[in-house]
Ligand binder design. Sequence first.
Ligand code: AMP
Ligand code: MG
Length: 409
Amino acid sequence: MISVEEARERVLAGIGRLKTERVGLVEALGRVLAEDVVSDIDVAPFDNSAMDGYAVRAADVASASEDAPVRLKVVEHVPAGVFPTRPVGPGEATRIMTGAPIPEGADAVVMVERTREEDGGAVAVIMAAVKPGENVRRKGEDVRAGEVVLRAGEVVGPAAVGLLASVGCAEPLVYRKPRVAIVATGDELVDVTQKPGPGKIRNSNSYSLSAQVLAAGAEPHVLGVARDDVASTEALLARAPEFDLMVTTGGVSMGDYDVVKGVLERLGEMDFWKVAMRPGAPQTHGRIGSTPFFGLPGNPTSTMVGFELFVRPVLRKMAGHTALDRPRHPVTLAHDVKKRPDRRYFLRARVERDGSGEYVARLSGAQSSAMLTSMHRANALLVLPEGESHFAAGSVVECIRLDMEEGTP
Ligand code: AMP
Ligand code: MG
């Protein structure tokens, strides 16, 4: 039996980034950039108005106020998307909309709320002074042509998608999504559409794992259910080399029909099969060909916790991320918690801020590894170290936030 740390180190050892691909802009969301992105233009591309109003020469309206307005001759109307054709001379103004280019000669914009029209719009009555440059967005003020706007290794969020669009990068180069094979094992399993007969249960793990794989930014491929015999299990596990990673559930403990470890050793190699943790000690790891293999335990919550701790960081590393783990932070226990001292426990809990802003944790329900309801209600796993057995109300422990992405404070 190895520690959680050692298991994590061993599963991550030798994992490299996958190959790269070009994808559409929105498809790049959540991916890691594989090259620097350089802007082909200045953003803003030209000096333009930050307001609807009048483009003026600031000097002309330096004395303007409500009581002493300045009258200017309106020489042109410029909506966004149209380039002005007439310069603004002394005593003149151009009616201008937000985003429209500043005409030659003008150096500031008076917002429309500080103006009124006369002579059917031929004259602008300016009732406020502006400083040179006021309400003008400068060419290149956000990004300069030739500037690196996004660096290789950065994660593409929604703002980055917009930034890529504005600098003309229609097909960013990103790391490929890991393709993950999912195999459930067990003679007792029936599909979700069936009502389980005597002794049978529905296969929930293939679905929860698919969801976890998707949520981790990878691609689930459900290969099906292996019966609890060598031939059936071998037929599915032999497909591992078609994928970037394979996950199975069940069949890895000490039961008479737990054949996964044996098949793994026949087809590939086993690295370890037991980790000092609860839920789910039989966390099997190895390789089939060059494909990393994870034989997660069968109990629904053990499967999910094993995925969180060991598979998810590997998928993230493959996808080019450097932040591999969910945020962890200290929490205060709202009630006593007891455990056996032998292993590290990961208890399902609800973490919330109390009135004083402190994080407080309560168990989210019964902790049997066969139960999913408390996993569903949990937004965190409390990490209770081995060697200890009693945690009194008010003690501070660490938690892993299941509801936060990497990089969330
Ligand atoms: P095993 O390690 O194969 O003995 O499985 C441990 C427990 O998890 C048993 O009660 C199984 O019925 C249950 N189990 C195994 N696979 C699944 C699955 N795909 N969906 C839901 N429960 C499962
Ligand atoms: Mg089984």
